[in-house]
Design a protein around this ligand. Structure first.
Ligand SMILES: Nc1ncnc2c1ncn2[C@@H]1O[C@H](COP(=O)(O)OP(=O)(O)OP(=O)(O)O)[C@@H](O)[C@H]1O
Ligand SMILES: O=C(O)C1=C[C@@H](O)[C@@H](O)[C@H](O)C1
Ligand SMILES: [Mg+2]
Length: 210
């Protein structure tokens, strides 16, 4: 307890951006890190640098599970570093226990983008993503989102991430983080939140069907 008798403030030390491929995690994450003067860790980029091969090659050669284990190892490292914006790949949330590895001082933010906009971005983007060139991208996205949506909803905050610039989204996140660092008790600041009680322990939130 603090001197006021209130619980001590939960200082945000890290941000992890969640969202489907092309939701803007890397772009927004870079802008947010610059604004906060924090470090920035782009999981795909970091893994590719360490491995000396692309994510697509890693998955094609060693399988997706090996890549997911690389993501998990990087998550363990990140959990020991304060002042960090994390932009993992869109499938990082398939291991939702990684949110607990990062801990309560990590704000998780879901960048929400519609399927239509996702299809547009996937077509326009030049990065050679493993799922690029799929004959029916809409069906692929719908199938993956059916599995991932309940997991993205575990995020502390849900941020609309289309129809506005990455800089505007980064500014909204910066405001949330700076405000929360100054108050004694964390409280919801955005209207559009993932539909769960943010004060509920993550473990309970994690089983929407239970
Ligand atoms: N708010 C936005 N408005 C329009 N385009 C955007 C926005 N945010 C990102 N983009 C564009 O979408 C594409 C994908 O962005 P980015 O690489 O940041 O996504 P990502 O979430 O990191 O994807 P991945 O999960 O594959 O790593 C880029 O071409 C980027 O310029
Ligand atoms: O959504 C996904 O499963 C992925 C997204 C990319 O960023 C990469 O991390 C990888 O291609 C897997
Ligand atoms: Mg990215």
């Amino acid at each position: 307890m603090s001197e006021t008798g209130l619980p001590p403030a939960l200082v945000i030390e890290r941000v992890v951006l969640l969202g489907y491929m092309t939701s803007g995690k890397s772009t927004v994450g870079q802008a947010l890190a610059r604004r906060l003067e924090w470090g920035f860790l782009d999981f795909d980029v970091e893994i590719e640098q360490r491995e000396g091969r692309t994510v697509k090659e890693i998955i094609a050669t060693d399988g997706e599970d090996v890549f997911r284990r690389m993501e998990a190892a990087l998550t363990d490292e990140a959990a020991a570093r304060p002042g960090l914006v994390l932009a993992p790949g869109g499938g990082w949330i398939l291991r939702p226990e990684q949110l607990d590895v990062l801990g309560a001082t990590t704000l998780s933010a879901w960048l929400r983008v519609s399927v239509d906009e996702t299809v547009r971005r996937l077509r326009a983007d030049t990065i050679d993503r493993p799922f690029r060139g799929h004959p029916d991208p809409r069906a692929m996205i719908a199938r993956m989102l059916a599995e991932r949506d309940p997991l993205y909803r575990l995020a502390d905050v849900s941020i609309p991430a289309e129809g506005r610039t990455p800089e505007a989204i980064a500014f909204e996140l910066e405001t949330i983080i700076r405000t929360r660092r100054e108050v004694l008790i964390p409280f919801p600041l955005v209207d559009e939140r993932a539909p769960h009680d943010p004060n509920e322990p993550r473990e309970r939130r994690r089983s929407p069907s239970a």
